[in-house]
Design a protein around this ligand. Structure first.
Ligand SMILES: O=C1O[C@H](COP(=O)(O)O)[C@@H](O)[C@H](O)[C@H]1O
Length: 239
């Protein structure tokens, strides 16, 4: 597979596979290796994963990796404020595809509990995140074709607060007019320090969005994913 015909920022590496399954497999291998390396030392590892359609095969493959899952904290990068039974609940996705088999031993740190107000839910999530040994060991981001990543949407009024890493919050509620639900998202403060960062993409449309994001890198408000491209990460992509 040839490299894309646009220039990647120096901070970005790219792994390209023949199909979605082979890329998911390469990403699962890499993530398992990074977690396992962390677990060679005392303490716990942490893994932040994304929701959406892209990560299903990756999560399934990762759940089979023989690592000491009992010492791994799993958290979502973002969650919709919906009941876990809702089809678009990211928690539902993680429980179905990742937290099973050996990986069921991992400690899952939910961002959202149904039945509370958004502000109380946000406070609960912040307290729950104190359980993690920061910084994150591994971060796997996705991206929408509007340039959002996690729930850092370009039209969210709370975007600048979420991207201000001087602010202490690790999680914020965002209500972008483009979305039908309020979201909780990890902030740049929480996401930015991750030791290994990946951006997992599938499809020609996502490659085109990546191309646009790689232009005008400094306009983070237009495409929030740019903040992570500037920091450096590995893109895993297939058509
Ligand atoms: O809304 C979301 O979208 C992005 C991308 O989702 P995909 O279905 O195109 O893979 C995802 O990374 C994010 O976590 C999710 O909440």
């Amino acid at each position: 597979m040839k490299m894309p015909d646009f220039e990647l920022p120096e901070s970005v590496d790219m792994v390209i596979g023949d199909d979605g399954h082979s890329v998911a497999s390469l990403l699962a291998e890499k993530v398992a290796r990074v977690l396992d390396e962390r677990l060679q030392n005392p303490g716990r590892a942490s893994l932040a994963v994304s929701g959406g359609r892209t990560p299903v095969a990756f999560l399934e493959l990762l759940s089979c990796k023989p690592i000491d899952w009992s010492r791994v904290d799993v958290v979502l990068v973002d969650e919709r404020c919906v009941d876990e039974a809702a089809p678009d609940s990211n928690t539902r996705l993680i429980k179905q595809y990742l937290l099973r088999g050996a990986a069921a031993e991992a400690r899952y740190i939910p961002l959202w509990r149904d039945g509370v107000s958004v502000s109380e839910g946000c406070r609960e999530a912040e307290r729950a995140l104190d359980l993690i040994e920061w910084p994150l060991t591994v971060l796997v981001l996705g991206m929408g074709n509007d340039g959002h990543t996690a729930s850092l949407f370009p039209d969210a009024p709370e975007l600048f607060e979420a991207l201000d890493s001087r602010k202490p919050a690790r999680v914020l509620a965002l209500a972008p007019p483009s979305q039908s639900q309020v979201r909780l998202s990890l902030t740049l403060r929480a996401l930015g320090g991750a030791r290994f960062k990946a951006l997992h993409l599938k499809g020609a449309d996502k490659l085109e969005t990546l191309r646009q994001a790689c232009e005008h890198l400094d306009d983070v408000a237009e495409m929030p994913v740019r903040v992570f491209l500037k920091m450096g990460l590995v893109v895993f992509w297939s058509a």
